[in-house]
Design a protein. Sequence first.
Length: 545
Amino acid sequence: MPDTRAQDTAELHTGVLVIGGGMAGAWGAIAAARAGASVILVDKGYCGTSGVTATAGPGHWWVPPDPPEARPAAIAARNLGAAGLGDPHWMAAVIDLTWRVLPTLASHYDFPRNEAGAVQYRGLRGPEYLRALRRLAIELGVRVLDHWPALELLRDGDGLISGARGVQRQQGDRPWRIRAGAVLLATGGTAFRSHLLGAHNNTGDGYLMGAEAGATLSGMEFTAAYTVAPARSTMTRTMSYAYASYSDAADRALDIPAGPDNSRALARALLQGPVFARFDRMPEQVRRWLPAISPNVMLPFDRWGIDPWRDRFEVTLHNDGTIRGTGGLRVTDQDCGVGVPGLYAAGDAATRELVAGAISGGGAQNSAWALSSAHWAARAAADFAARRGAVDPHLKALGRAGMRPAKSARAVDARQAIAAVQARMHPYDRNIFRTGTGLRSSAEALESVWAALRDHAHGGTDPVRTREAAAMAATARWSVASALHRSESRGMHQRDDLPAADPRQARRLESGGLDAVWVRADTRAPRSPASSSSSSPRPEAATPP
């Protein structure tokens, strides 16, 4: 951040500061306000349009309590696919809280009804959903500050997280400082700028800020999720591909299964040459429903003059990173704290291993996790801020890499640094088809990127991009180190040189470190909200009809 006189800095204070304005951030702000806290939400973009939810048709893990066997069956099925790393107690708490809270948005969101007239809560329309959350937050008194990216956290003399600093993008990067009784990181994950739809602002900022404050991470090896899309588009909406058939450049059929678990088969084919798809297996009824379910899916085809049910179109794979992966800040307790007093995490900023294990956290479970973790974290943050009282104005800024050089300050090309990270995290032969040799090569290259940002980069004329480069490099280092440490294949983490699962490694991996990355087995499971009062019914969480 460039040197600026104190009187040029916007100074604010609040009970709870929410960093991030996607689904988790908006729900967190709502929950904190309902708990009686004063709340400020800052977003790098515009709360209601930024983030992956705003461009999607998000489903929720929606399981009614009746019949009584429904929830145990859903949990057992999910846990079976979690490869030994899920937690049924957390899953049960997420299902229950989602069931009770989601219908409270009915005053601002028009939930559809089925043919029998029953309200349908399972699937939502992303744009309307995020707009409804924004409206509700503002009505509850949340102060929403758009285009106010946070760059670093603040800590008081007692070690309590006490706010954040950042810049106002639409005011020439004028600095701001917000003192807060507690901070909720809802900054999303990162797809390493892979062109995953809606993910451009998601660069792992919360991971870096959390690590600088003393938090650790978990599940960072599970970043090999990829999403199919038309080759010239960012339209990473995958439902239609469940009905796709694939062929090569010569129109020879390829043996690639339909559905979400075909990334490795698709990637192998793409390494050999162009791959084409058509939706020729889609039933007529689904074709009719598609414009209402996901109206944006057809836009690229309409522009290109392609009939995707009849015509072939070229496809590619976009890296989902930690957005449809599972890694994030390690949750240490039932309130979604991260082991640092006054700091909490929700949504993709937090690990989703508790509900996803070693497989993708994308889809219904991810949405339910975003809603639920945001509520637990926000209520705990509001309580912490209320008990804490006034915040000392004399605070220490924690940002380092990309802000305060460890050595001599000099120009570091942030775009070049981001490209160097992408060169290690995007290619299929590096991140999908992993080997020890390839991972060690990536780790060495990423250390060089990180060293330049840590030792020499400063905010300069573009503090946000420089900080984004540092966050992406840090996230990539934790991911690669964790993948190297997990010397087996499990879930989405597949080692071509170690293709078998090792029963002894059915445990989560904790990672951290800035100057020197470390990884270790994590045997400390956080107590689930189901066993604490934080999951008890609240007035705003009425049981749906």
